[in-house]
Ligand binder design. Structure first.
Ligand code: ATP
Length: 444
């Protein structure tokens, strides 16, 4: 499928089915900000829950944190963001549009009439200048320099400034990590590609504190572990790869960095970054706060400033990958169906329950079954409207992995059919066993 085709199809499916809407749409929309609808919020929550489960609940060496978005302004001086969190911005003298200088090939003049029909004229660009991506606002009732604070552009700094709080309270020994999921804000010059690059987004970041000297080994461990997580979401492995940063790409704080990239329809792009940040952040916060940020191991009489291995993934970008990877159009019985082949663990609705007809108590039986599944925290949907084929198609588009039909035989032996969204195979299962049958497949 061509590049623009898939993205356009995802935007339209997302709106139609309630995954993602443009923010403030009735006012014409807000630039590159999106709202998650009933299905989207479930998909996104499932991504976050899978991340939290694997990074925090299934381990004894990572602790959770939920730091505030608003932080002391000195944090961003110490982190280097005030000085260096910039992109090179250029403005077109004709159309006045602003572009990122390092992303120019995709951009063309928005106003100048083309001399050659069908061709796009190039912008007349001015000199580049550095543009800081942090959103500024004011804390308290007085506006002015003294009250200026920033919306955080990453969650990581909350973990660094709380390093000792978390370590002391949890009595963790190095190596250990701090995990956070939360909003981040970047005033991107050229956002776009739907929810790939937005100005408000969510990150799931983990900072793993290690003894200097063991950092290379932990870096290798985390890059493999994070790749395994992406594959566990059902993303096609051939569409995932590592991209190691060369010396010119490395951020100022990083000794080593590798991206996990996904092959989008618009090319291979970063989905997650894994960085060896050395002791850069803790050292800078020591310098700016005047507080020591050292780990003291009284058992062996050691004290040192840990190095940090960071894993940083975009939640919204993961949602986009899941939608793009799952989207399929195929012929079924002479019809084209759109199907989202989402892994059952992330699918917003796990099961749809249908009575085949409105006769013989089928609707009552089906409603009761759907209620029982919901009571077991299996998000389920009851639908009796339209032909069974149309009801299946609606659920295929929503990514619902299992369609359960109550039919004439149900009254005789209490069995129902379960249809697999991807293979279209149907099996008969005793209604009393549907719950465990589904749970095995959702969590298995
Ligand atoms: P990029 O090079 O794409 O701007 P980055 O290298 O600045 O990203 P990081 O600071 O490492 O990104 O952030 C970690 C993750 O957060 C990224 O891999 C991406 O998934 C996500 N992310 C970063 N910026 C955005 C954004 N503007 N919109 C959505 N997700 C983002």
């Amino acid at each position: 499928m061509a590049e623009h085709d898939l993205m356009e199809k995802l935007v339209s499916l997302s709106k139609r089915r309630g995954f993602v809407f443009q923010s403030s749409e009735i006012y014409g929309g807000t630039g590159s900000v999106w709202d998650y609808g009933p299905l989207g919020v479930e998909l996104k929550r499932n991504v976050k829950e899978r991340w939290w489960s694997r990074m925090v609940h299934q381990r004894d060496d990572v602790e959770g944190l939920d730091a505030a978005i608003l932080m002391h302004p000195r944090v961003w001086e110490a982190s280097g963001h005030v000085e260096g969190f910039t992109d090179p911005l250029v403005e077109c003298k004709t159309c006045k549009k602003r572009f990122r200088q390092d992303q120019l090939p995709m951009q063309a003049c928005g106003r100048k009439p083309s001399k050659h029909p069908g061709e796009v004229d190039e912008c007349e660009l001015g000199e580049p200048r550095l543009f800081n991506l942090m959103f500024k606002t004011f804390m308290g009732p007085v506006e002015g320099d003294a009250a200026t604070i920033f919306l955080r552009p990453e969650t990581a700094q909350g973990s660094y400034v709380n390093f000792l709080n978390v370590q002391t309270a949890s009595r963790q020994k190095v190596p250990f990590g701090i995990a956070q999921i939360g909003k981040a804000f970047r005033n991107e010059i050229t956002p776009g590609n739907f929810i790939f690059r937005t100005r408000e987004f969510e990150q799931a970041e983990m900072q793993f504190f290690v003894e200097p000297g063991s950092d290379d080994e932990w870096f290798e461990y985390w890059r493999e572990e994070r790749m395994a997580w992406h594959q566990s979401l059902g993303i096609r492995p051939e569409r995932l790869r590592f991209h190691e940063h060369g010396p010119d790409e490395l951020a100022h704080y990083a000794k080593k960095a590798v991206d996990i990239e996904y092959e989008f329809s618009f090319g291979w792009k970063e989905l997650e970054g894994i960085h060896n940040r050395t002791d850069f952040d803790l050292a800078r916060h020591e310098e700016y706060s005047g507080k020591r940020l050292e780990y003291i191991d009284t058992g062996v009489g050691k004290r040192f400033r840990p190095f940090v291995i960071e894993t940083a993934v975009g939640v919204d970008r993961t949602v986009l990958v899941l939608l793009a990877d799952a989207y399929h159009e195929e012929e079924v019985e002479g019809d084209t169906r759109v199907v989202l082949r989402l892994h059952p663990a992330v699918a917003p609705i796990k099961a749809a329950v249908f009575p085949l007809t409105k006769k013989d108590g089928q609707p009552e039986f089906a409603r009761k079954l759907a209620d029982e599944l919901r009571a077991a925290s299996i998000p389920s949907f009851y639908d009796e409207a339209g032909s069974i084929g149309r009801r299946y198609r609606r659920q295929d588009e929503a990514g619902t992995p299992f369609g359960i039909t109550v039919d004439g035989q149900t009254a005789e032996d209490s069995s129902v059919t379960i249809r697999d969204r991807d293979t279209l195979e149907q099996v008969r299962v005793d209604a009393g066993k549907v719950r465990s049958w589904l749970l095995d497949r959702i969590h298995g």
